[in-house]
Design a binder for this molecule. Structure first.
Ligand SMILES: Nc1nc2c(ncn2[C@@H]2O[C@H](COP(=O)(O)OP(=O)(O)OP(=O)(O)O)[C@@H](O)[C@H]2O)c(=O)[nH]1
Length: 298
C-alpha cells in the first residue's frame, strides 16, 4: 500500500519556511537568507520515506502587495493554501503576531485542510515559559490540529512534525518517482542557488530587485574525461548603480557570488561546475508583467 500527503508551509516572511522545507526534505531546494521575502515562487519538495510520499509546497511570506511582483506572491500563497491535506503555519516565537498573520489564520477558517502550528526559533528564547504564552496567544485565534514548538536550526521538534504528517497521510499513489525531491526544473534550482548567494553577499543597498536567469546550460568532458556542467547565468538588477555594487571593485563581489554559488551547485548536482555570471540592468522589472513572466515568477 502506498500513501501520500500534500503539505503547504505558510507563514510570515522570515519565519523559517524555506529552512524547514530544506530540513525536512534533506536537500537544498528553497533559497534561504536572513532578508525577508527570499522565496518568490511556489517551490515543491518531494520526500518519499517507506510507503509514504510527502509533497511540500513552500510559499512566499505573507506581506502587503506593494508592486506587481508582490501581488503575484500573495496570490501564490492564497492558491497554495487551498486544496492541500495539511498546512504548517510557521511562526517566529520572537515576534509579535502580525496583522498579516492574523489574516492568513482567518483564511484557514472554513477550509478543509488541518493546520499545524509550528512555533519556530525557540532556540532564541531565554525563558522557555514564553513558548507556552505564545502558543496560548495563537491558539486563541484558531483551533489548530496540533501545536509544536520547534527550532529548525537545532533540528528540534522536526521529528514530531514528520510523525504528525505521517499519521495524516492517506492511501494513494506516489505522484513523483521515489528518488525525486523536487518538481522544479533544474534551471530554476540553479537560478535560486545563485540568487541566494547574491542576496547573502550583497548588503541592503541592493534589496530585492535581483533576479537570475540561466542562459546556457551544457555538459561536456574535460581533458581527463571528467564531466563538467557549463552554466551561464545573468543576474538582473533594477539600477545602473546596483550593477556596480553587484560587480564590486575589480569584479570582486561577482567573483565571490560566483564562487559561493559554484560550490553549492556542485554539491547539489554532484558534478563539476563551470559558472559564468553576467550582470544586466532591467529598470523597474518588478513592475513589468512581461518580465515577471520571463523570470518564471508569475
Ligand atoms: N535562530 C533561528 N533562526 C532560524 C530558524 N529557522 C530559520 N532561521 C533563520 O531565519 C531566517 C529566515 O529563514 P527562511 O527559511 O529564509 O525564512 P522564510 O520564512 O522562508 O522567508 P521568506 O522566504 O522571506 O518567506 C534565516 O536567516 C534562517 O537561518 C531557527 O529555528 N532558529
Amino acid at each position: 500500500m502506498t500513501k501520500n500527503i500534500f503539505v503547504t508551509i505558510a507563514g510570515r516572511a522570515n519565519a523559517g519556511k524555506s529552512s524547514l522545507l530544506n530540513a525536512l526534505v534533506g536537500e537544498k531546494i528553497a533559497a534561504v537568507s536572513d532578508k525577508p521575502q527570499t522565496t518568490r515562487t511556489k517551490i515543491t519538495g518531494v520526500l518519499t520515506k517507506g510507503e509514504t510520499q510527502f509533497v511540500f509546497m513552500d510559499t512566499p511570506g505573507m506581506h502587503k502587495a506593494k508592486n506587481k511582483l508582490s501581488e503575484h506572491m500573495v496570490n501564490t500563497v492564497n492558491e497554495t493554501i487551498t486544496g492541500v491535506d495539511m498546512i504548517i503555519l510557521m511562526c517566529d516565537c520572537t515576534k509579535k503576531i502580525s496583522d498579516n498573520e492574523k489574516s492568513l489564520i482567518a483564511s484557514f477558517k472554513g477550509g478543509k485542510s488541518k493546520v499545524i502550528l509550528a512555533l519556530n526559533k525557540i532556540d532564541l528564547l531565554d525563558n522557555k515559559e514564553d513558548v507556552i504564552a505564545k502558543l496560548a496567544e495563537y491558539s486563541a485565534l484558531y483551533d489548530f490540529a496540533e501545536v509544536v514548538p520547534i527550532s529548525v536550526v537545532q533540528n528540534d521538534g522536526l521529528d514530531i512534525i514528520m510523525d504528525i504528517l505521517e499519521k495524516n497521510a492517506a492511501e494513494g499513489p506516489h505522484f513523483f518517482p521515489d528518488d525525486k525531491f523536487t518538481d522544479q526544473p533544474e534551471k530554476v534550482i540553479m537560478a535560486e542557488i545563485i540568487r541566494e548567494k547574491a542576496l547573502r553577499n550583497l548588503n541592503d543597498e541592493v534589496p530585492h530587485g535581483v533576479a537570475v536567469t540561466i542562459e546556457q546550460l551544457g555538459e561536456r568532458e574535460d581533458r581527463s574525461g571528467e564531466a563538467i556542467l557549463d552554466i551561464t547565468a545573468t543576474i538582473f538588477c533594477e539600477r545602473e548603480s546596483h550593477k556596480g555594487i553587484i560587480i564590486g571593485k575589480g569584479g570582486s563581489m561577482l567573483r565571490k557570488i560566483g564562487q559561493d554559488a559554484r560550490a553549492d551547485l556542485e554539491d547539489f548536482f554532484q558534478i563539476k561546475v563551470n559558472l559564468q555570471c553576467w550582470v544586466k540592468v532591467k529598470e523597474g522589472w518588478r513592475n513589468r508583467e512581461g518580465m515577471i513572466k520571463n523570470f518564471g515568477l508569475s
